[in-house]
Design a binder for this molecule. Structure first.
Ligand SMILES: [Zn+2]
Length: 145
């Protein structure tokens, strides 16, 4: 999806990207994490001596399960000013496919954990359970003495 003819690049004329893209190119191997909304990509691609510089920001909503109750949450995923430096000599074709770079730029800030409204209502139901479980282990240890 993200292809570029490197001969169209020059130092003085960056290629400007400012568009919403279909999220299918993300193609994550995580069935719980869903990219369904368009992904806004803004930025520029330009040549700096012998390197192609890709400098983009991205913004989209991703669906993730709450780490407490497992309900899906729409999470605003933003990544500002992602920079990638691709030396021209690493390319063996005049067409540069930079899809993987844009993919990285989008998923880089994916959180390891999310919680509904930053405070899941199920948390209180789970907390006593966890506490009780710990107490049981503690009591068991004392009992063994
Ligand atoms: Zn939750």
């Amino acid at each position: 999806m993200f292809l570029l003819n490197i001969h169209t690049l020059s130092e003085n004329h960056p290629i400007i990207i400012n568009k919403s893209f279909d999220p299918s190119f993300i193609d994550l191997d995580e069935k719980e994490i869903k990219f369904e909304d368009p992904i806004e990509i803004k930025g520029k691609i330009y040549l700096a001596s012998d390197d192609i510089i890709i400098n983009v920001s991205s913004r989209t909503y991703v669906k993730l399960p709450c780490s407490i109750c497992n309900e899906p949450i729409k999470y605003l995923l933003v990544n500002k000013n992602y920079m990638h430096n691709q030396p021209l000599k690493t390319l063996n074709d005049s067409i540069y496919d930079y899809t993987e770079i844009i993919r990285q730029a989008v998923i880089l800030e994916l959180p390891a954990k999310v919680e509904c409204n930053n405070n899941c209502s199920e948390r209180e139901n789970i907390a006593p359970f966890l506490k009780k479980k710990n107490n049981t282990i503690f009591e068991k240890l004392l009992g063994d003495k």
